[in-house]
Design a protein around this ligand. Structure first.
Ligand code: NCD
Length: 291
């Protein structure tokens, strides 16, 4: 049985295969047949893209979805995550896609249950399927990861996307730098150098923006001046190399992390990332059920 919890404990060869699988599903518009499998998507934190692109991936592979809504479930009566998963697996659910606000929510769960868990985002921890779709997007663009200059911009310390992406991109040989105000640096993460966006914008191949994680902040920051101080303004974007791309996992705080005129600019791959999310998630479902 295979969980999909984090890219950290997966061999690079497996990760590269998953990226190639996703690219091939996209190119051929043909998908593995996973019909007769039952899955539940348990989202205890809000989601548009991750939840619905999992649902699209499940439908394209013929998986039956057993719908779960945290708001109308027995979680509201105090049922634990373990009891919810145990209940649904008792009625025949064979795999769970879970998003939860608690870092490493899966830790106790995976030792107590015998069905695969796919991590759709744990607190400030990891977001492995977002990383996979980001890898697909970067590979489509550049063909490989080695020696690419990637700057990750914004709320590093609270962002599971920053954590997951920095770790895997470094393993794949990219050069990572972080551009963030001091109060959002993550001193526990030793994956790259801290700098300013102005310092590295002209030599970056990938400008990877993050959402400011307002729901996880305990202290106020100056949102009004964030764009001009730290974000991707049109002026900064004009210094990007030709061929360099803009990424953002979305949802976007328009005119905070990025000038809204850049969101659909020729260098932006933000909506391509969303498209690739479906194929990356098909690759993950195939890995969990078929490998
Ligand atoms: C991210 C998430 O929820 O971690 N969004 C996503 O899955 N596309 C990014 C974010 O909300 O900051």
């Amino acid at each position: 049985m295979k969980h999909f919890i984090s890219l950290e404990n997966l061999d690079l060869e497996i990760i590269k295969d998953l990226v190639n699988d996703a690219v091939s599903f996209k190119k051929r518009n043909a998908f593995p047949n996973l019909s007769n499998h039952y899955i539940s998507n348990l989202f205890f934190e809000n989601s548009t893209r991750t939840k619905l692109s999992f649902e699209m991936a499940e439908k394209k592979t013929g998986i039956e979805i057993i719908y779960f809504d945290a708001e109308s479930s027995s979680v509201k009566k105090g049922e634990t995550l373990y009891d919810t998963v145990k209940t649904l697996s008792s009625i025949g659910v064979e795999c769970f896609v879970i998003r939860h606000s608690q870092d490493r929510f899966y830790e106790n769960l995976i030792s107590q249950i015998d069905v695969p868990i796919i991590n759709a985002g744990d607190g400030c921890g990891d977001h492995p399927t977002q990383s996979l779709l980001d890898l697909v997007t970067i590979q489509e663009e550049f063909g490989s990861f080695k020696d690419l200059n990637v700057v990750i911009v914004g709320d590093i310390v609270h962002s599971r996307v920053a954590h997951s992406d920095a770790k895997i991109l470094k393993r794949l040989g990219a050069n990572i730098s972080f551009a963030t105000p001091k109060f959002w640096q993550d001193t526990t993460m030793n994956m790259g150098t801290y700098t300013s966006l102005d310092e590295v914008i002209s030599e970056s191949d990938v400008v990877m923006l993050l959402r400011n994680q307002n729901e996880r902040h305990t202290q106020h920051y100056d949102e009004k001046n964030f764009l001009s101080q730290y974000g991707l303004t049109k002026e900064r974007a004009s210094k990007m190399k030709s061929g360099a791309i803009i990424m953002h996992p979305a949802p976007i705080n328009r005119n905070v992390e990025i000038d809204e005129d850049l969101i659909e600019s020729p260098q932006s791959r933000i909506f391509t990332q969303m498209t690739n999310g479906v194929y990356a998630r098909i690759a993950v479902l195939n890995y969990v059920f078929n490998s």
